[in-house]
Ligand binder design. Sequence first.
Ligand code: CP3
Length: 356
Amino acid sequence: MHKPALKNDRYLRALMKQPVDRTPVWMMRQAGRYLPEYKATRAQAGDFMSLCRNTELACEVTLQPLRRYDLDAAILFSDILTIPDAMGLELYFETGEGPKFAKPITSVEQIEQLAVPDMGSDLRYVTDAVSLIRQELQGNVPLIGFSGSPWTLATYMVEGGSTKNFSKVKQLMFAEPEAMHKLLDVLADSVIDYLNAQIEAGAQSVMVFDTWGGVLSPRDYKLFSLTYMEKIVNGLTKESEGRTVPVTLFTKNGGQWLEAMAATGTTGLGVDWTTDLGDARARVGDQVALQGNMDPSVLYASPARIEDEVKTILASFGEGTGHVFNLGHGIHPEVDPEHAGAFIEAIHKHSPQYHK
Ligand code: CP3
């Protein structure tokens, strides 16, 4: 299928550390419940997974934030838990309770039965959405594909949903380390196939969300999370449509491990707000681009306070390319869409002076 040429490539250029005229920006979870138009489409689709599986509606909600704001990238509307769902764990959402699996992993035998899902059938709805979104974007901005990290996917698969203390997954990790590694390995192979299928369908960059790597000790983080993200980085398609496909790794609360993360060969690192962006740049800025890192809760503040925070973060990173502005985690559902607009406008207004 014909894919239109890219008109705004600031996001890809900043990740590749090529010069840009201003700092590119997108927002984690930019399609979501803080937008009334998202809530309306979501109500039309029924439950969340029906929205993900409906190619036209998944495309529609991907484009909604781009109609409202001058963003530099689109992110596929889907979820990280589509892989375990395709493995047969049956993902569902109970209102107000977050994701759940009808058939969570409860035994080592179950892990031995797991196989890499077939991208052409079980996850076809995701690549169909990618193709349609690329078509509808008409080359305005690049499309980001994504997946969860093996460790983060494993936490949901073993816990059966969200958790506060990670007791089940840590029991498996400490009592049955071999089985844990087996699980992480089949997940890493699945993520590689999944992201490569998204790239083939038209994703121009990919991001790996390691939401829960930060609950591990430094040694366990390397053994149980980072090793598998490194395997993914090595297994990804490097080039598509004549351009490098940049990869961004994001470990929430992973600020202390930036050097180890950069050593995987990733193009970019997501940074949350608990790390100073200027410090992060001094540590790893010669190896990778950085994405982040405003506390999403700052969007509760007044537009003037938001602008102030944006100026502080821009000054902290300093001059030159290699920064993709973002929130340090997903936007909260209670945020006023006008405040998200003020955040984006502040980046447009104050970042050009750092790119002269
Ligand atoms: O950023 C985007 O606009 C793209 C869409 C996207 C979603 N989930 C849609 C979604 C992305 C990139 C994700 C990633 C994701 N999903 C992560 C990693 C990022 C992070 O936040 O750390 C995780 C851990 C998940 C798992 C997940 N999915 C949870 C914990 C929840 C419930 C969260 C909540 O706010 O209720 C989901 C559901 C989900 N995924 C929603 C959206 C818009 C809300 C569902 C709804 O409409 O009710």
